[in-house]
Design a protein around this ligand. Structure first.
Ligand SMILES: [Zn+2]
Length: 378
């Protein structure tokens, strides 16, 4: 495997912005890039930057309906009607703004380029912080997502004969991705997210495990409000890791939304960026090419710092400073705060909360061990 990590970046990501009152901030991409560049984590051997180009219309049609793509073009010119609303457009979650088609096509082009770089063995790791738009469906928009770059990248890989494991760590269920591959067994989708009982999109329960030949190749780990690092990592090592090893994919796609971080204004998990770093490290031990994307993350400074940390690990460029600050920042109860370096300080949950959370997650693990593991001979 070519030991090259590629960061995908274009100034064009910031030519477009969601309306000012929308929590989705396109400048997260540029801010992440500025952060890693200022820390010396970009450029030099093994850590390069590539400039993505927008996906062509024909490429987008690998997943999206032509009529829907036409509609995306026409709504941004002001043709918003009931039909568009029926496809999720013009809602508070998917507002119409000038450039929404071009922004989405560029985000998709970047993830597809990442897939192609891995197929050509020009890199072993690619990070597209503008990607992770996992809610969009073939003909509808949802949850700030108009086009689904995760699905398009996986289709690019699958069309090249690659078996893909998609590990979705966003606080929200990766419903668009799950639905696209629900009956396939060459693409494994696993989503760890805040339970649909308390968070959009209201799906992603442990009973959703795929259908037909895809039965057992879709796994959901719904998490209770307040889930903390130790509980999140437990769920990962108990369920995701054995399935990853067993499935033995050619490529691992990771959706690394940062809305699971404590203090995110939309979600209710209680994670720090340390657990995402740990999970990336676990995944790296499998020695497979990794296509990582961004996703949610609505506390902008925390999200940017989290992605910068993830890049440092993806690029095997972790700074000694970060190892030093780990665990030295003391304990915070409610939110994370920059203590220097890229890592969050350790968060403490109430002991009572932990008991209830541990109990809930242990039950989910037990269920999946009974329903999914036997399908894979585990
Ligand atoms: Zn999210």
């Amino acid at each position: 495997m070519n030991m090259e990590a590629i960061f995908l970046y274009s100034d064009d990501f910031e030519r477009f912005a969601y309306p000012a009152d929308a929590p989705f901030k396109t400048e997260r991409v540029r801010m992440t890039r500025d952060t890693i560049q200022s820390m010396g984590l970009l450029g030099g051997a093994g850590r390069t930057e590539h400039t993505p180009v927008p996906a062509a219309r024909t490429e987008l049609e690998a997943f999206h309906a032509p009529a829907y793509l036409n509609m995306l073009k026409s709504v941004e010119q002001g043709h918003l009607d009931v039909e568009a609303l029926r496809h999720g457009l013009g809602t508070p979650d998917c507002p119409v703004f000038r450039g929404l088609y071009d922004y989405s096509a560029l985000a998709c082009g970047a993830s597809m380029q990442g897939a192609r770089l891995l197929i050509a063995d020009e890199a072993d790791t690619v990070f597209n912080t503008a990607g992770g738009l996992h809610h969009a469906g073939p003909d509808y928009a949802a949850g700030f997502c108009y086009m689904n770059d995760v699905v398009l990248a996986i289709l690019t890989l699958a069309d090249a004969g690659k078996r893909v494991f998609c590990l979705d760590l966003d606080a929200h269920h990766g419903d668009g991705t799950q639905n696209a591959f629900f009956d396939r067994n060459d693409v494994f989708t696993l989503s760890m997210h805040e339970s649909g009982r308390t968070l959009f999109p209201g799906t992603g329960f442990e009973t959703e495990i795929g259908s037909g030949p895809g039965r057992g190749y879709c796994v959901n780990i719904p998490l209770p409000v307040g889930t903390y690092d130790g509980a999140f990592e437990k769920a990962f090592t108990a369920i995701a890791l054995p399935l990853l090893r067993r499935f033995d994919p050619d490529v691992i796609v990771m959706e690394i939304g940062m809305d699971g971080l404590a203090g995110d204004p939309l979600a209710h998990l209680h994670l720090t960026n340390n657990v995402f770093a740990d999970i990336v490290r676990h995944v790296q031990t499998l020695n497979k090419p990794i296509l990582a994307t961004g996703g949610g993350g609505y506390n902008v400074p925390n999200t940017v710092r989290g992605w910068a940390l993830i890049w440092s690990i993806l690029a095997h460029a972790q700074t000694p400073h970060d190892d030093l600050t780990l665990g030295m920042g003391g304990v915070m109860l409610e939110n994370t705060e920059w203590a220097g370096g890229l890592r969050d300080r350790v968060l403490l949950s109430e002991a009572g909360d932990r008991g209830a959370i541990d109990h809930d997650i242990a039950h989910t693990i037990e269920t999946l061990e009974k329903t999914v593991f036997p399908i894979h001979g585990l």
